[in-house]
Ligand binder design. Structure first.
Ligand code: FAD
Length: 117
């Protein structure tokens, strides 16, 4: 039987993995529609995140540091920085964001952006 803290940490790691991987594959030159989709996705993610305390803190962070959706690099760096805000609050080490795009390889090779975007 895993403890609540173990389960919460595992959920966090999976969620951050998907979060950073999505941002690392965001278009380099997004259309206005793609920018809107990312903003909505992040807002909904912060709303449905299944840990009430985490979700409400993250919603506050999102309003203080609005998602940077202008292009891939800015979006990925924004994601790295906001995760660092969470790290800071939880007393964790600050992550080095300088290779953020390489750190989150989706394994999807040369497929370009998501087909639906
Ligand atoms: P994690 O923070 O889960 O990171 C996983 C891996 O990502 C790290 O090992 C490292 O390789 C890499 N990484 C670390 N920092 C960054 C970064 N800045 N950018 C890119 N990659 C990075 N837990 C709580 O107890 N209270 C909360 O309020 C809370 N809020 C959360 C809010 C959200 C939106 C999410 C997704 C998770 C939240 N969590 C919260 C969970 C918490 O952030 C961690 O996921 C969990 O504690 C496990 O931590 P970890 O040390 O394994 O590393």
């Amino acid at each position: 039987q895993m403890t609540n803290e173990t389960l919460k940490a595992a959920l966090g790691r999976s969620s951050w993995h998907l979060f950073h991987t999505i941002l690392a594959r965001y278009p380099e030159s997004p259309t206005i529609e793609e920018q809107d989709i990312l903003k909505q996705y992040l807002k909904l993610f912060a709303t449905v995140y299944p840990c009430g305390d985490c979700a409400s803190h993250f919603q506050l962070l999102l309003s203080k540091y609005p998602p940077q959706v202008s292009n891939r690099v800015n979006a990925a760096l924004w994601g790295c920085e906001i995760h660092n805000k969470v790290n800071q609050r939880l007393g964790k080490d600050i992550y080095d964001c300088s290779n953020i795009l390489e750190d989150y390889d989706c394994g999807c090779g040369n497929d370009e952006e998501l087909q639906s975007m």
